[in-house]
Design a binder for this molecule. Structure first.
Ligand SMILES: NC(=O)c1ccc[n+]([C@@H]2O[C@H](COP(=O)([O-])OP(=O)(O)OC[C@H]3O[C@@H](n4cnc5c(N)ncnc54)[C@H](O)[C@@H]3O)[C@@H](O)[C@H]2O)c1
Length: 266
């Protein structure tokens, strides 16, 4: 995977999966723009890239605000003149609470970041890619975009929506040479999974982590680099015929049921 001469724009690139993707793109030759509302960690991502001889810029942006999204797109064009790869990735987990008790304001906030933020990214990046006649987008969905997950109604709804947006946009822009795919991580070793562990078992994060891991055939969480590698693949020419697709990176958790796993062990 060679991104020499390419420009990669990454939302949520200050931390976690987005940062790993930013570093991965830069290591393979891309000039990188990180858009995030966490300026401190965004500067750290950019510093790391620059220390390794790469080119990168940080743009402070709240992905829920149209003006901020237009500004990060314009800043990328002003800096580097194109957008070849767009990792539309910023997200929040919200609460782990049954739907019957879920806080309405938190529901709105999760949908605003995870679904509207992804829509706004597509809304303002796709016109650039259509003008260029090329480009690849990867939206971050989740295995929670494929199946229900009790306690995570807003998150699950938002991630199912991301897959719908992905397939719809892909159908609209394919003829112009633009590809749109999604990545569906399962439990991945970031701040977000630690928050979910703590919320699902307050005071027993270790136990929650052990239960999650026991549900994964590979027996462990994905690393951020393992998710980023799939994102880079989908943005690369190796995936030149892949669009409207989603790639699951979850150690086998979603493709196997608890019942089938116990049968295998019997
Ligand atoms: N970690 C997991 O287990 C997991 C599993 C499936 C999907 N995901 C998805 O992966 C993506 C990245 O999550 P992560 O695990 O790296 O978590 P993270 O919290 O480490 O990173 C999320 C990033 O998004 C940024 N962000 C949040 N709200 C924003 C906003 N309104 N505007 C701009 N930036 C904002 C944060 O500042 C942060 O840098 C998310 O979409 C998440 O839903 C994560």
């Amino acid at each position: 995977m060679d991104f020499t001469g390419k420009v990669a724009l990454i939302t949520g690139g200050s931390n976690g999966i987005g940062r790993a993707a930013a570093l991965g793109f830069a290591r393979r030759g891309a000039r990188v723009v990180v858009a995030d509302h966490d300026a401190v960690e965004g500067a750290a991502t950019v510093d790391t890239i620059q220390q390794h001889g790469g080119e990168a810029q940080f743009v402070a942006a709240d992905v829920t605000r149209s003006a901020d999204v237009q500004a990060y797109v314009q800043a990328t064009l002003d800096a580097y003149g194109a957008i070849d790869c767009f990792f539309n990735n910023a997200g929040i987990e919200g609460l782990v609470v049954p739907t019957a008790e879920y806080d309405e304001a938190v529901f709105d906030a999760v949908i605003a970041v995870n679904l509207k933020g992804v829509f706004l990214g597509l809304r303002h990046v796709l016109p650039v890619m259509l003008r260029q006649g090329r480009g690849a987008v990867v939206n971050t969905a989740s295995t929670a975009g494929l199946v229900g997950s009790p306690g995570l109604s807003a998150y699950v709804a938002s991630k199912h929506g991301v897959l719908g947006l992905t397939r719809t946009a892909a159908g609209e822009v394919g003829a112009a040479g633009v590809r749109v795919n999604a990545v569906c991580p399962g439990p991945t070793d970031t701040r977000m999974i630690r928050s979910l562990e703590e919320q699902s078992s307050p005071g027993d994060q270790v136990g929650a982590s052990a239960r999650y891991r026991a549900s994964i055939p590979l027996g462990r969480y994905a690393t951020v680099e393992e998710v980023a590698d799939v994102v880079l693949f989908l943005c690369s020419d190796l995936a030149s015929s892949v669009t409207a697709a989603h790639y699951v990176v979850d150690g086998g958790r979603t493709g196997t049921t608890a019942a089938s796993r116990s049968f295998g062990k019997a």
